[in-house]
Design a protein around this ligand. Structure first.
Ligand code: ATR
Length: 286
């Protein structure tokens, strides 16, 4: 039986085992997906080599190890190279191969939402987009929006210097002031929240939407709660929305394809399994 897993610290709350074990069963693949906590002070490359020796064929990587993973690889793909971060590792031919499926997963989530619900269409690729936040998720999303052809990527962050530091990711990034975010949304067909604002336990995101065109798609990478205030407000304004499970599920599907050569379906059954699990956990936390 092959092994795959999620590397992080901590990883006890990760939903990746639920997602990948669902797909492994659906495809009748004899492999098991596990949680793999690795202490940040560990020798990371040695830990990975130990996993390969123990029967792992691949792993996902989450906080705080995506940059450590990048540094430990023998080979990386284009997205990982651009981001300096790896979220998917393959142990092949005695070497460590790193990829980054976060940004492509985000875009695949938007495209799938369109296919399922007619949400906004792919029209957003031809117009400016507004990205809120400048952390690791914003980096991956900026690169993916560039690759999807978005002509202008407006970026705002509370700490402007962090946004300025991302300008090198794409010639199409223009950094604006956090205070100007409402006006900067004018003529954007995509708004993405990559900040932690709106997450359970965090402060609310104050993002006026009245400047957005009616054709705009509003997405949030936060998925606890699933319907953030931003998405509720967008829906009330008649705008199409994509919730944070889109990126979570589609980055996972792309990783699964790297390891097993087949792109698994992001089905409603799986979404509901995940929602039930998230709900059970939030009840437990109360
Ligand atoms: P990631 O998980 O994507 O790597 P992160 O580094 O944890 O993200 O960053 C979280 C994002 O939320 C940042 O853009 C952060 O803004 P700063 O760079 O100014 O810290 C943003 N954020 C968190 N709390 C915020 C708040 N109260 N107001 C505005 N932005 C906030």
């Amino acid at each position: 039986m092959s092994r795959v897993g999620i590397i992080g610290w901590p990883v006890s709350h990760s939903r990746s085992p639920l997602i990948h074990n669902h797909w492994l069963a659906a495809h009748n693949i004899k492999a098991h997906y596990e949680r793999c906590p690795i202490d940040p002070v560990a020798d990371f490359r040695a830990a990975l080599q130990g996993m390969a020796a123990d029967g792992f064929i691949g792993a996902n990587v989450t906080i705080p190890h995506k940059e450590n993973a990048f540094a430990a690889m023998d080979y990386v793909d284009g997205a990982a190279q651009k981001l300096g971060a790896v979220n998917t590792i393959s142990f092949r031919d005695g070497a460590l191969h790193g990829s980054n499926t976060d940004g492509a997963g985000f875009v695949a989530g938007l495209k799938a939402a369109h296919a399922d619900k007619g949400a906004g269409g792919d029209d957003w690729t031809a117009h400016p987009a507004l990205v809120l936040g400048a952390g690791g998720a914003a980096r991956a999303i900026i690169v993916a929006l560039h690759e999807a052809g978005v002509p202008q990527i407006r970026l705002v962050n509370r700490t402007k210097e962090r946004a300025d530091a991302l300008q090198g990711l794409s010639s199409r990034v223009s950094v604006g002031a956090w205070a100007a975010r409402a006006e900067l949304a004018a003529d954007c067909h995509l708004l993405v929240n990559t900040t932690s604002l709106g997450m359970q336990g965090a402060a609310a995101l104050d993002m006026p939407l009245h400047h957005l065109p009616q054709a705009a798609l509003v997405s949030d990478i936060v998925y606890t709660p699933l319907k953030t205030d931003l998405l509720l407000k967008a829906q009330a304004a008649g705008l199409a929305t994509v919730d944070g499970l889109g990126m979570l599920l589609h980055q996972a599907a792309l990783a699964f394809e790297i390891w097993f050569g087949v792109r698994p379906a992001v089905s409603d059954v799986l979404r509901h399994l995940l929602l039930d699990d998230l709900h059970a956990k939030s009840v437990e936390d109360d």
